[in-house]
Ligand binder design. Sequence first.
Ligand SMILES: C[S@@+](CC[C@H](N)C(=O)[O-])C[C@H]1O[C@@H](n2cnc3c(N)ncnc32)[C@H](O)[C@@H]1O
Length: 428
Amino acid sequence: MHNVGDIVELDILDQAQEQACFGRLDSGISMLVDGKICPGDRVKAKVYKTTKNLLFGNCIEIIKPAAHRIEPPCPHFNECPGCKWQMLPYEIESSLKSKRLSDAIERVAQIKDYNLMPFIAAENEFEYRNKIELTFKKTDNLSLLGYNSTINGKPRIVDIQGCAIAHPLINQAITLFKECLENYALGTEGRISFRLSYQNSELAVNLKSSDAFANIFIRDLKELPIANITVNGEFRDGQDSLNSHVNGITYNYAPSSFFQVNTEQAGKLSTLVQNELKKLDADKVIDLYCGCGFFTLAAAKVCGEILGIEGHRASVESAEKNAKANNITNATFMSANLKKQVIRLIHQDFKHPDVIIVDPPRMGLSDIAIKDINTLKPRAILYISCDPGTLARDLKKLNSSYSLQDVHPLDMFPKTPHLESLSILMKK
Ligand SMILES: C[S@@+](CC[C@H](N)C(=O)[O-])C[C@H]1O[C@@H](n2cnc3c(N)ncnc32)[C@H](O)[C@@H]1O
């Protein structure tokens, strides 16, 4: 019998969720433990919640580290909430990710008969992110810039000198920002995001802070190649869109639009989607949650006709412009909220699609989107997911009418437990 506040010792056996590992006490009791831990560790944990069959706790000490642990290269690893898996060699990280995906599919979706395809590893384990967002605070004697964390339930900014998974140009901007913040005589606080444009050669900066500090930082920024600057929601300088070139397609998009954060791996995923569509010999295709047309335009090159549907209006406008700019004439776009029924809005031409591609946010497909897919009855669904948990939940819901075939794990976010995947489902 254990109570909240108890300290227990246990072996960590598995990665259970993004934030927690599964372990077992010597008495056989199961526990989910939060912390920068991995299978193979023996840890001390403090219980914060109990249920009939499971304890929940935070790791307070690693008594015996797993034999495969390596020294994390980032000096901020211990305090920073990001990059939880820097202590793992890449082969172990890769196999844990594939296993987490198959566990979710087999346990949550209860699907056993499918093919888990080879893990598509990243060439760059570090310096891959083309976007980061940080919080900052300057008082008389304190200057902090970093990711938000909590210590003993209290919010805290973990001050960083740089971010190991961010592109080097973003790290140059971090150094400049820190100098500027440290030298600033007055107090200020806010958020800053750095995003890359033009094949990672220019920076887009979005700052929320006091105007006085923003004016000084913008002056200092002139040292770096700048795509555009937005301050407190107001466009200040540069071009009004960002730009990336992937697999022969040029994408322009609004600074507020979603764009894949790991351009190199996103390119591989886009090729994979094209290959699957070719195998399916797809004519009419619908791309749900299409953003600025990242997969839609790549898919348009290998299918008859494609309709992209997206809720963020600025992204839809970019998608339309991107189709024109790339001379793609078989892609059209529609702005719609996929939490509401969209079937009635779809043109007759797309009422019987061969394939539906979906790439929802982390929360997965809405029940209405699943209902719409079941009514449209495509021959196949290509499900791109960034969360194995919600993917497995949705696969279970779709399982009565679609059978899962291949699942491709792809590493969009090395050094973190996050995992992207592409699942192929065929109509039963
Ligand atoms: C993971 S992103 C994928 C975007 C695109 N497929 C890409 O690769 O760039 C998810 C997209 O879903 C859109 N979205 C989120 N909720 C939505 C909703 N309720 N209705 C329509 N689109 C939504 C977001 O604006 C975002 O563009």
